[in-house]
Design a protein around this ligand. Structure first.
Ligand code: FES
Length: 97
């Protein structure tokens, strides 16, 4: 569904649910995950419906993921880093996680 408009530049490696993906330096987490073919970022707490990034600018909160152990981070606003560990979120988050 998504493809890059040119694939130049250095890359780095991060994991999503334990699986390694490559990302370009300067990508946001959401852009890297979408480019890797990941379209399910979280499920809603009430119905369990799947969600994926919608606005890509920090407004809709449909891109929430756990990044390096910290839950409910907006993937569209966080730039990738080498070795980052990302987990998709299922249902509600516990306070302090
Ligand atoms: S995609 Fe809307 S807040 Fe991240």
């Amino acid at each position: 569904m998504f493809r890059r408009l040119g694939d130049t530049g250095a890359t780095l490696t991060l994991t999503v649910d334990g699986k390694e993906i490559r990302a370009r330096i300067g990508d946001t987490v959401a852009a890297a995950m979408l480019a890797a073919g990941i379209g399910r970022f979280r499920t809603t707490p009430v119905s369990g419906a799947a969600r994926a990034p919608y606005c890509m600018m920090g407004v809709c909160f449909d891109c929430l993921v756990t990044i390096d152990g910290i839950g409910s981070r907006q993937a569209c606003l966080v730039p990738v880093r080498e070795g980052m560990a990302i987990e998709t979120q299922q249902g509600k988050r516990e306070a302090g996680r």
